[in-house]
Design a protein around this ligand. Structure first.
Ligand code: HSE
Length: 406
């Protein structure tokens, strides 16, 4: 391509990822893109990265009203502000690159409509799995009916915490603090450890994997904050690791399910060896069985690399076409599927509260009780409040595709 188009960027947000984008763009000699203005909430806040005088502003209009700016990069850590910025830009026909997964997962149908109405583009590969190019691959390479499952570790912070606790014997609280210091965790880290960050990514992935948008409230989501030494001991005894796993699975030719839960992972699985802040995504399809993508899913520079990729894609006017949303016979979302779970509890009387179709194993000692059984996912959703009790920890024991894997 000849160098006919230089991108002049208006950047919103200058935190860990925003500063990463600044650095990456300065060394990307073929990007043909420059940051013209950076809009932040607080100009005088001390920042590690020094920018030229006048580059920072706290007025969004300085970016929106600059006729030279032909791309907006939005990296704001506030879902409402982020939606205002992105919807304003798209409504004015200005293309956007965004990393705001919470906002995108909540507003994707409206954002798709805005792109169509104003004939412009929103790219967001950085929103899901940091440096791993999941979205664009699902959109382009996997643009067919073969896909059966996308499953993996989509949250770097919780994986970092679990790795430190599991493999290095650190305590949970100090591992969480370290994840925050290293810039992996969200400003509210409960999003990471309670599974919502992985959920938002899964919702976005599902739109590009199967052409369906499922609202967050309809999806069973449970995180790792109630994990206890006895769960770690149990996993070790069974030669498994506990990982926070998000999955979207075609359970029938015309139906799929999705959920986020800790999982007892066997050593033979690809994701067993995905440790620290790394993410790992397994894509399963007819004809090709499984493929595995691995990489850094959190942190300023890895996420900035994905933003750079989207910026450069805009030089070629790339946009998502949401082709799978137009497919005939798109599968429908169902929660009427059986899952096998390990539930550890103490005071909460799990066997009386949940209906199990089969109980495989049960331990009932005064201080430590668990049950392993088959339960309908809709039963878990209907009783999701149970899992807020601090004495209850749930982990999935995978049963989908067992016939194919063994
Ligand atoms: N808090 C997120 C994570 C950052 O830990 O994965 C990347 O989305």
């Amino acid at each position: 391509m000849t160098d006919t188009k230089t991108l002049k960027i208006g950047l919103f947000g200058f935190g860990t990822v925003g500063q990463g984008v600044w650095k990456v763009l300065r060394s990307a000699r073929n990007a043909h893109a420059e940051i013209r203005r950076i809009c932040v909430r607080n100009i005088s806040k001390p920042r590690a990265t020094v920018v030229p005088d006048g580059m920072l502003t706290d007025r969004a209009e300085d970016i929106f009203d600059d006729p030279e700016i032909n791309l907006i990069v939005e990296l704001v850590d506030d879902a409402d502000a982020s939606f205002r910025i992105v919807s304003t830009a798209l409504s004015r026909g200005i293309p956007v690159v965004s990393g705001s997964k919470a906002m995108i997962a909540r507003h994707l149908p409206e954002l798709i409509e805005l792109q169509r109405k104003h004939d412009t583009a929103l790219l967001y590969d950085a929103s899901s799995c940091g440096s791993i190019p999941v979205i664009r691959n699902l959109e382009e390479y996997y643009d067919n009916d073969l896909l059966l499952e996308v499953k993996g570790i989509l949250n770097g912070s919780s994986n970092y915490i679990l790795s430190r606790v599991f493999d290095h014997g650190e305590d949970y609280e100090s591992a969480l603090r370290r994840a925050q210091e290293l810039g992996f965790a969200e400003s509210d880290p409960s999003f990471d450890i309670d599974g919502f960050d992985a959920l938002f990514k899964l919702i976005i992935i599902t739109v590009h994997a199967l052409g369906r948008f499922v609202p967050a409230e309809e999806i069973f989501t449970c995180g790792i904050s109630h994990i206890d030494d006895c769960d770690i001991r149990y996993a070790r005894e069974k030669n498994r690791k506990i990982k926070l796993v998000a999955q979207v699975v075609k359970t029938e030719p015309d139906a799929f399910t999705m959920f986020v839960m800790p999982e007892l992972v066997e050593p033979s699985r690809y994701i067993y060896s995905v440790d620290d802040e790394y993410n790992g995504v397994v894509i399963r399809g007819e004809c090709y069985d499984r493929q595995f993508m691995f990489g850094k899913g959190a942190g300023g520079l890895p996420t900035a690399s994905s933003i750079l990729s989207d910026i450069m894609a805009r030089r070629h006017d790339y946009r998502y076409e949401y082709k799978k949303m137009e497919y005939v016979n798109r599968p429908h979302y169902t929660t009427d599927v059986t899952v096998r779970v390990y539930i550890r509890y103490n005071r909460t009387p799990i066997p009386q509260l949940l209906i199990f179709s089969t109980i495989h194993e049960q331990l009932l000692t005064p201080g430590h009780k668990y049950i392993i059984g088959d339960v309908n996912l809709s039963e878990l959703i209907a009783n999701r409040d149970i899992f807020n009790a601090p004495d209850v920890f749930i982990a999935n024991i995978p049963i989908f595709f067992r016939d194919k894997d063994n």
